[in-house]
Design a binder for this molecule. Structure first.
Ligand code: ADP
Ligand code: MG
Length: 430
């Protein structure tokens, strides 16, 4: 209707005159807004810069962190996935990097380890030229697998010890070693993840092996074989052996005329279900660390050996054995504390045992090679695991990611690399 039309046209005129005014007002507003935003941005940038300067003044490694970030931004990451295929090797060598811990964060340490693919790791070693220019020395390492800080024990287990469980059901020996500096995550990996002081013994490699052993035992193929499972847990401290399932009773190691090595009197408990094994793991682990503070930790100077043994019911003959070893901190091997004779001797013992271990694993890869098992108590006790065509082994090298640990980490990686080196020579197609 016209009436409506009139009203409409009036309102249109009104609104257009209002629009006209607001257009100018909006422009002024916009200019003001832009100016405010620009100021805010400048303030933000300045705050950011101040923070950087603050960080730099407080962190001598800031420049290195920037260089590492730059390096990473150019890297294409294709890390290990849970569903990646598992390779069956006689000798598997892998590396696990843990996250920076609270202490390292507080010290403003820089994460100097980049895991870019499922089997490659790059160490960014902070260096300085004589004119004080900082630079990174980037060193590449390859292993069967590299686990980054996002991998939990379940994933590590799947690619390391799990493929070896079958071995002990088929007449072979299996070993799995955790090697690395104190604090790098050996006990976390082998015994179970820590939550504060509490350790979850069910999700360590010991417990996960136990779970799978009982699974195998109940499959139709093996259920009829009348297998019996037992477990033992002991500690090697220098030349001494202590039973972790018998209040650290001291044990003797004997070798008979046929080079059969025996730990005399070692407790071996028969286990009927997973919970029985978990109980033993817990008991032994607590026994190992009892009366220790982390600062004065004897456990970092000893090797812990947890074994799951398979026999036919009523027979003494060992059908298969899985030995899981939480090694002494490898930095202890370099302990040549001049003022403390005891520490020095312990360091020399640890060094000797880790070198002997490396040689024994290498010998396992070369059929018929001389086995230098008498080089240490550790290799002597594990002698039967390094012989036989069916024997298989896995080494997990643990590394701390922080820049303070880079020297120890490089030592760990070079050691693991030498164990692996031989495999590459033996199987050129790998
Ligand atoms: P080691 O036995 O090599 O001396 P631990 O296993 O005791 O070292 O680990 C030292 C600390 O680091 C522990 O508090 C542990 O919980 C933590 N840690 C180790 N590995 C990891 C990891 N992968 N993720 C989170 N924390 C870890
Ligand atoms: Mg430990």
């Amino acid at each position: 209707t016209p009436k409506k039309g009139f009203r409409n046209s009036t309102s249109r005129r009104d609104s257009s005159s209002f629009d006209y005014k607001s257009e100018a007002a909006k422009k002024v507003e916009l200019i003001a807004k832009n100016r405010d935003e620009r100021r805010q941005r400048q303030a933000d940038e300045k705050a950011q810069k101040d923070m950087m300067i603050h960080l730099e003044q407080n962190n001598p490694y800031f420049e290195f962190a920037q260089m590492i970030n730059e390096f990473r931004s150019a890297v294409e990451f294709r890390p290990l996935r849970e569903n990646d295929s598992v390779v069956e090797n006689q000798i598997t060598v892998c590396v696990r990097k843990r996250p920076l811990n609270e202490k390292e964060e507080r010290r403003k340490e820089v994460d100097v380890m980049t895991v870019n693919t499922k089997n490659q790791l790059i160490v960014h070693e902070p260096k300085q030229k004589v004119d004080l220019t900082k630079y990174l020395e980037n060193q590449h390492f390859r292993f069967d697998y590299v686990f980054d800080e996002g991998c939990n024990n379940d994933i590590v287990y799947k690619f390391t010890a799990k493929p070896l469980v079958r071995t002990i059901f088929e007449g072979g020996m299996a070993t799995c070693f955790a090697y690395g500096q104190t604090g790098s995550g050996k006990t976390h990996t082998m015994g179970g993840e820590f939550r504060g002081k509490q350790q979850n013994f069910k999700n360590g490699i010991y417990g996960l092996v136990a779970i799978d052993v009982f699974k195998f035992l109940r499959t139709p193929k093996y259920a009829q074989k009348n297998f019996m499972v037992s477990a033992s847990f002991f500690e090697i401290y220098g030349k001494l052996v202590f039973d972790l399932l018998a209040k650290k009773q001291r044990l003797r190691v004997l070798e008979d005329g046929k080079q059969q090595v025996q730990v005399v009197g070692l407790t071996e408990k028969v286990v009927c279900k997973v919970d029985d094994v978990i109980d033993l793991i817990q008991r032994g682990s607590l026994e190992r660390t009892s009366g220790q503070t982390s600062a004065n930790s004897n456990s970092s100077r000893s090797h812990a050996v947890f074994q799951i043994i398979l026999r036919k019911v009523g027979s003494k003959h060992v059908e298969g054995k899985f030995s899981l070893i939480d090694l002494a901190g490898n930095e202890r091997g370099a302990d040549n504390n001049k003022s403390n004779r005891q520490t020095r001797i312990e360091g020399a013992d640890i060094n000797k045992s880790l070198l002997a271990l490396k040689e024994c694993i290498r010998a396992l890869g070369r059929r018929g090679a001389h086995l230098p098992f008498r080089g240490s108590k550790l290799t002597q006790v594990l002698r039967d695991s390094f012989i036989g065509e069916k024997s298989r082994t896995c080494m997990i090298a643990l590394i701390s990611p922080g820049n303070y640990s880079v020297d120890h980490s490089l030592n760990t990686l070079r050691y693991a690399d030498r164990v692996k080196e031989l495999i590459a020579n033996d199987n050129p197609e790998e």
